[in-house]
Structure formats: structure tokens, C-alpha cells
Design a protein around this ligand. Structure first.
Ligand code: AMP
Length: 395
């Protein structure tokens, strides 16, 4: 069966078409600058790459164009061949605790989460509505970044703030990257043939989060009410003292929205290094001896290591640690630096095993107290798996 996995942003729409359950990618691509005038799209299929410019006035036009192209490129013979569409949704609030088949009523319920993720959820809803319009008879499934974290207990997800902020305004930790952490958990559980693993999953990309998992359930995760919390990231600050905001506001005259923007977009690796949010650029500058790049890298690795140590304690000893996402999968240097900072846990890297990028591999020595694996993540596939399962169960 063919399953489409989509990720709708405010001006973009990414898609991957899978043959399931073979997990084979038939086509993938992205529609960019939707509604911005100079829009275009690319589609990769059978070793070919198509790029076209077209005025994509809104998401509905992008979706209809996608369907027309899939048919005209003979990737599918008719719309009915696609048996389900899975949508990546950043925030499911406290309502959506697992993947669901959407209907009009649930779309309205999802819109109530818009305030919790104003940059993402309204765009996802545009995507869902566009697909519902273009494919009214095809199940539309939502897969939430927050859902995997819904097993956290109150003592982990509550902030030590006035309780009524939680009761009245849903201020609590939600956690993100859940679809990726779930994929890592599934991959390791299947590979090691165990359902009771205690895993510390480190998703280190442009955004980053560390999650503690016990027997397939999240115990705690580093991101919080929003994806700003936790470890230091490409442009996000991670955990900081909240008083900094009022202090810098008084000093600079910037308002809260402007400062929050600085915490999200001008901080992290970019803020400290002053060079780039991309760890490749920072790595290169550090190699050339740039002191702020070296400092940024040290801080970046230390904060990841601190979360690993904290979660090792929370789990009462982890069975396995995993690195994933852009930096975790590709940067042997960052993996080595992080592991050098958790030596007290008895974790020992094998430098010769760590010399690669982008594959599933063990990178620690035989006498390492906790094995560390690199596990390439695949959120699109996880969305396709959920979509397939819900479509099959619904028939
Ligand atoms: P993601 O958000 O998972 O797509 O990760 C994006 C980040 O991965 C980029 O900002 C890069 O810093 C990082 N990255 C990708 N390839 C490499 C590489 N070969 N070495 C170091 N970092 C990399």
C-alpha cells in the first residue's frame, strides 16, 4: 500500500511517498515559498529530480499540484492508490496522546493547541485541510511530536511555578521530537530484542533534545513547554535563568517578544560562536583555533553530557545511549567530545568505530559500561508506519 507522509510549514510542504510495509521511498520532495510569489517545487523519484516554478497561491494548490505531478510522472496511476496521508504535527497539547485519524471535529480540537505552537500548528492545519479537500475519501492521520512524551509523570512535567498557571493556562512540560525518539526506541528495542530497555536518546540536530526512556515509555525529556528548553542548540539557548529576560529588557528596551525571538534565533551555537548555527561551520572555525568557536563547542557538548548524566541517574542506570539527527549522526567529533564528558559513567568510545557518518553502528569499546549507538532517525517513516497501522485497523 502507498502511504504519503507530509510535513506542512507556513510556506512549505515536504512529502515522502512510501510503499508500505516495505518501507521503500517511492518519491519525495518539497513545495517551497507557498503564498510568497516566487514559489517552486522539487520531486525526486526513480533516480530523477524534477524542479518547477509555479505560483502556489496556497497549500491547496500545492497539494493539487503534487497529486497531478504524481499521476503525470506515473508514480501513481490514480489518487485512490494512496491509502493514507500522515501529517507531522508539532503540538498535540494535553489532548492528543497518540496518533489519530482526523475528522472535522478533531481539526477544530487541534486548532485549540495553536496558541501552544503558533509557528507550527496553524500551518499543519492548513496542510490537513488542503489534503482533506483534495482527497476527501482518504484517511488523514496526525502524528504528534509531543505524543511519545505523554507518559511523563506529573513530577516530571510540572514546573515549580504557581499551580494555577498549569490549571488555567496548561503551562507544563510537553516535550518535542517525540516521533524521532520513538523511532530510536523502536529501532534499538528491535535490534537488541528487548522491550525493557532503559534508553537515553540524544536527538542532536539544529534543534536538539535528550530523552530518558524506560520500557518504551518516556520518563523525562529536555525540551519543555516549547522547543526552546533543554540543551543548547543551533540558534536556541536551551535552559537559562528566566530573570535574564526582564534584566535585558530593561537594558535594551526590547520587549518580551523580541527577546524571545533572540532566545530562539540568535542564541545557541550561533550566539556564542558569532559564526554560525551550523555545527560544521563551528567545527571548522574551532579547528582553525577560533576561541569563541572552541567555547561554543565545549558548551554544546557539556550540556548534552550533563543531561545524559542526569538521566542516567533518573533511570537508575541506562542500558544504552543513542545519538541521532544531523549532528548526532554525522559529527564524529561532537560524539567524541560528548562521550569524553561522561567518562565518570564508565562510557568509553572506540575511536576507530566512531569514524563514519550516517549509519546504524555501535561506537563504544567492549568494556564500556553503557554501549552507545548511532541510530539514523526517520520521522517520515515513523509517520508512515503509524498511518499504515491506523488505516489497516480502521478497515
Ligand atoms: P537536523 O536538524 O537534524 O537536520 O540537523 C542539522 C544539523 O546537522 C546542521 O545544522 C549541521 O550542523 C549538522 N550536520 C549535518 N552534517 C554534518 C556533518 N557532516 N558534521 C557535522 N555536523 C553536521
Amino acid at each position: 500500500m502507498k502511504i504519503l507522509s507530509v510535513n506542512a510549514g507556513s510556506s512549505s510542504l515536504k512529502f515522502t511517498l512510501f510503499e508500505m510495509p516495505a518501507k521503500e521511498v517511492i518519491a519525495s520532495g518539497v513545495f517551497e515559498k507557498i503564498g510568497l510569489g516566487d514559489s517552486f517545487y522539487t520531486i525526486k523519484y526513480s533516480g530523477e529530480k524534477l524542479r518547477k516554478e509555479k505560483n502556489l497561491f496556497d497549500h491547496s494548490i500545492a497539494v493539487n499540484t503534487l497529486i497531478e505531478e504524481l499521476i503525470s510522472l506515473q508514480i501513481i496511476s490514480s489518487l485512490e492508490e494512496i491509502e493514507g496521508v500522515g501529517h507531522r504535527i508539532v503540538h498535540g497539547g494535553s489532548e492528543f496522546l497518540e496518533s489519530v485519524i482526523m475528522n472535522e471535529e478533531l481539526v477544530q480540537k487541534l486548532a485549540l493547541c495553536n496558541d501552544l505552537a503558533p509557528l507550527h500548528n496553524p500551518a499543519h492545519i492548513m496542510g490537513i485541510k488542503a489534503f482533506m479537500g483534495a482527497m476527501p475519501n482518504t484517511p488523514q492521520i496526525c502524528v504528534f511530536d509531543t505524543a511519545f512524551h505523554s507518559t511523563m509523570k506529573e513530577k516530571e512535567y510540572l514546573y515549580p511555578l504557581p499551580y494555577e498557571w498549569y490549571e488555567k493556562y496548561q503551562v507544563r512540560k510537553y516535550g518535542f521530537h517525540g516521533t524521532s525518539h520513538r523511532f530510536i526506541t523502536k529501532t534499538l528495542s528491535e535490534y537488541l530484542n528487548r522491550n525493557d530497555l532503559k534508553i537515553i536518546s540524544c536527538h542532536i540536530g539544529n534543534g536538539g533534545s535528550v530523552t530518558a526512556i524506560d520500557s518504551n515509555k518516556v520518563v523525562d525529556t529536555s525540551m519543555g513547554f516549547t522547543p526552546l528548553a533543554g540543551i543548547m542548540m543551533g540558534t536556541r539557548c536551551g535552559d537559562i535563568d528566566a530573570s535574564i529576560l526582564s534584566y535585558v529588557s530593561k537594558k535594551t528596551g526590547k520587549n518580551l517578544d523580541e527577546l524571545t525571538n533572540d532566545l530562539n534565533k540568535a542564541s545557541g551555537l550561533l550566539g556564542v560562536s558569532g559564526i554560525s548555527s551550523d555545527s560544521r561551520d563551528v567545527e571548522q572555525a574551532a579547528e582553525e583555533g577560533n576561541p569563541r568557536a572552541i567555547l561554543a563547542q565545549e558548551m554544546y557538548a557539556q550540556k548534552i553530557a550533563n543531561y545524559i548524566a542526569m538521566y542516567n541517574n533518573l533511570l537508575n542506570g541506562a542500558d544504552v545511549i543513542a545519538f541521532t539527527a544531523g549532528v548526532g549522526e554525522n559529527s564524529k567529533h561532537m560524539r567524541e567530545l560528548v562521550i569524553s564528558k561522561i567518562a565518570s559513567l564508565g562510557v568509553k568510545i572506540d575511536v576507530s568505530k566512531n569514524d563514519f557518518r550516517g549509519e546504524f553502528r555501535l561506537i563504544t569499546s567492549d568494556d564500556s559500561k553503557i554501549p552507545v549507538y548511532v541510530v539514523p532517525t526517520d520521522e517520515e517513516l515513523m509517520i508512515a508506519i503509524d498511518t499504515m497501522n491506523l488505516v489497516l485497523n480502521n478497515n
